[in-house]
Design a protein around this ligand. Structure first.
Ligand SMILES: [Zn+2]
Length: 284
C-alpha cells in the first residue's frame, strides 16, 4: 500500500470511529461502547386554533409531522424507565433513541397527542403538575384552550403503556414571592429550601401512586430552573432522573449521574423535529 493510500485508509477509519462516537451504539451499560446520543424534544400545549400557536403551543398537524419524520429517520421514542434500566445494565436502548416529553399536564395532550401516539405506537413522557390535576378533577372544567387533565384521564394515559407519568411538582410551577419554580430563593436557608422541596415533591409522588398506581422516576424542573441544592432531595425521594430545559443533545455513557441533567429542545410552532435535530447543536 503506498503512503497516500495508507493515509486515505487511516482517515477513513478515523472518520468512521468519529462517526460512531457521535451516532452512538445503544449497547447495554457496562460494556465497552461509544456514548449513546439521545435528543429529547419538549412539547407543552397542542391546539387547532392557529391564532393561539406560539413558543409553547403547536398544532396537531405539526406534532404528527414530527412523529412521521422521526419514525422515517429511524428514531424510536423511549421512556425514562428505559434509560434507568439501561444504566442498570438491564435491557437495551434502540439504535436511534429519542425522547418525546410533554409538560404541564394539559388536556390538549389527551385530546390530540395521545391518539397520534397510539396510532403510531410512540411512547412519550408526560410531566404533570399535581395542583392542576387536583383542581381539574374537582371542577371538571373541560376547555381545551386551558384545561388540564383529570386524575382519571392521567391514569388512563399511564395505563395505555405508551405514556409515562412524571413529577412536575405539586405546587411549584409558579413564579411567586421571588421563587422561580423549584429553585432556591437567594438568602433562603438550605435546610428550609430542601424541606419545602421535599414536601412538595413527596406530595406529588404519593398522589401519582394513589391515583395512577405509579411512582414517578423523574423530576421535571418547572421552567427549567435548576438549583444544585435540589439534587440531594431528588435522590432522597427516590427519583433517578431530572429533565431540564438546557438545549443540548444528551451523550449517555451509562453513568447514572447523567440522568439528573437531561437536556431538551423546546419545539415551538413553525419549527420541526427535523430542524431541531438536524441543526448544529451542542452535544453534552
Ligand atoms: Zn412546565
Amino acid at each position: 500500500m503506498n503512503n497516500a493510500r495508507a493515509k486515505r485508509g487511516a482517515l477513513t477509519l478515523c472518520a468512521l470511529i468519529a462517526l460512531s462516537a457521535v451516532r452512538g451504539t445503544a449497547v447495554p451499560a457496562g460494556q465497552d461502547s461509544a456514548a449513546v446520543e439521545l435528543p429529547i424534544l419538549m412539547y407543552h400545549h397542542i391546539l387547532k386554533d392557529k391564532t393561539k400557536l406560539g413558543k409553547y403551543t403547536i398544532s396537531p398537524e405539526e406534532l404528527e409531522a414530527d412523529l412521521d419524520w422521526l419514525l422515517r429517520e429511524g428514531y424510536e421514542p423511549v421512556t425514562v424507565q428505559q434509560l434507568i434500566d439501561w444504566t442498570n445494565g438491564v435491557g437495551e436502548l434502540p439504535a436511534r433513541p429519542v425522547m418525546l416529553t410533554f409538560d404541564d399536564g394539559y388536556e390538549s395532550f389527551y385530546a390530540y397527542a395521545f391518539p397520534l401516539l397510539q396510532a403510531k405506537g410512540c411512547k412519550a413522557v408526560y410531566s404533570v403538575i399535581g395542583r392542576y390535576a387536583d383542581e381539574y378533577t374537582e371542577q371538571e372544567d373541560h376547555h381545551i384552550n386551558y384545561s388540564h387533565c383529570t386524575w382519571e384521564q392521567i391514569a388512563e394515559l399511564q395505563g395505555s403503556g405508551l405514556v409515562e407519568i412524571q413529577n412536575h411538582s405539586y405546587d411549584l410551577h409558579t413564579n411567586e414571592k421571588g421563587r422561580k419554580g423549584s429553585m432556591k430563593v437567594s438568602g433562603e436557608a438550605v435546610s428550609a429550601y430542601q424541606e419545602r422541596l421535599q414536601d412538595d415533591i413527596g406530595r406529588m409522588q404519593e398522589l401519582c401512586q394513589s391515583r395512577c398506581g405509579v411512582t414517578p422516576t423523574a423530576f421535571t424542573y418547572p421552567f427549567g430552573g435548576v438549583s444544585e441544592e435540589a439534587l440531594p432531595v431528588l435522590r432522597k425521594m427516590g427519583l433517578q432522573a431530572a429533565l431540564t430545559c438546557r438545549e443540548q443533545v444528551n451523550l449517555l455513557t451509562g453513568d447514572k449521574e447523567e440522568l439528573f441533567s437531561l437536556g431538551r429542545f423546546n419545539r415551538a410552532t413553525g419549527q420541526s423535529a427535523a430542524s431541531l435535530l438536524k441543526r448544529e447543536i451542542p452535544v453534552g
